[in-house]
Design a protein around this ligand. Structure first.
Ligand SMILES: [Zn+2]
Length: 285
């Protein structure tokens, strides 16, 4: 049976507050379940302004995707001129709504922005602390430990894979690889997002590009962002879901894909970093 996993990342305060309720409404109308990967702690999005100076590709993406329309102007100041608000921790009721609607909830980040911009320069202790804070707060919010981790911006390294062993995750969704594999260092199953995000491809052709990629009858994972598919691309998201349903594709949370995969037949390897089309920094693949 062809399957499409929905990996819904929540990266910002705006996305948690506005994007998640919009996506919940869409999934309810289509009677579908997905996996929400939550950012728990501070929204330091404003620190991205520092990236504008350092990374010309980032500036290009900001202009091209009209980032202020995506996230609102306030988001651009969090962690700089405005204090960084907590993301999921500010909205326990929305977290409850996600769970009550029957969706899978997993761990995406403590501080998404700092991981994304600063991971390579941070110490192992910083990484340990980032997980300890994130996961204990996740547990307070949801009443249980996460069983999966999806790294911010699909950015991981060998230190991360070693540190997360102690959390005994059932699977990871940390890469943009083409097919599932076992992470060599941590010995954990990787269920990658193999499809492009809407904001990486031509907005007008996005639905047809993605629906062409999923019609082969295989198992695919669509990376969704609360800020995007719960905001300016909500109509395209709905159109894609409608198309996938008409194609006979079963739309599922990632844990269903995990149960479907035969781990014994999946190869073990290391991931590597690669700059994918439409992105401003390399992703693990
Ligand atoms: Zn993210």
């Amino acid at each position: 049976m062809p399957m499409l996993g929905l990996k819904i990342d929540v990266d910002t305060y705006w996305g948690m507050k506005n994007g998640v309720p919009s996506i919940l409404q869409t999934l309810k109308e289509f009677n579908l379940k997905g996996t929400f990967f939550l950012s728990i702690g501070p929204d330091n999005s404003g620190r991205a302004a520092l990236q504008l100076i350092k990374n010309p590709l980032f500036l290009k993406k900001m202009m091209w995707t009209n980032a202020p329309a995506l996230y609102g102007w306030k988001t651009a100041l969090y962690g700089t001129l405005l204090p960084a608000p907590m993301i999921a921790l500010s909205f326990p009721q929305i977290v409850n709504d996600i769970i009550a609607a029957g969706h899978e909830v997993q761990f995406h980040a403590w501080d998404h922005r700092r991981w994304q911009d600063e991971l390579s320069g941070k110490s192992e202790n910083w990484i340990r602390e980032w997980f300890a804070r994130g996961i204990s707060s996740f547990e307070k919010l949801t009443g249980k430990k996460p069983t999966a981790f999806g790294a911010p911006s699909w950015l991981i390294d060998d230190r991360v894979l070693a540190i997360i062993k102690e959390y005994n995750f059932d699977y990871l969704s940390c890469t943009r690889a083409k097919s599932p594999f076992i992470h060599e260092i941590s010995n954990i199953l990787e269920i990658p997002s193999d499809l492009p995000c809407f904001e990486e491809i031509d907005a007008q052709k996005g639905v047809s590009i993605i629906s062409d990629l999923i019609k082969d009858g295989g198992i695919h994972v669509l990376p969704v962002h609360a800020e995007v598919e719960g905001g300016i691309f909500q109509n395209q998201f709905r159109e894609l879901l409608r198309k996938a349903i008409n194609m006979g594709i079963e739309i599922v949370p990632l844990k269903v894909i995990k149960d479907k995969l035969d781990v014994k037949t999946i190869p073990a390897r290391k991931s590597k970093m690669e700059l994918l089309p439409g992105r401003h920094s390399p992703c693990a693949v």
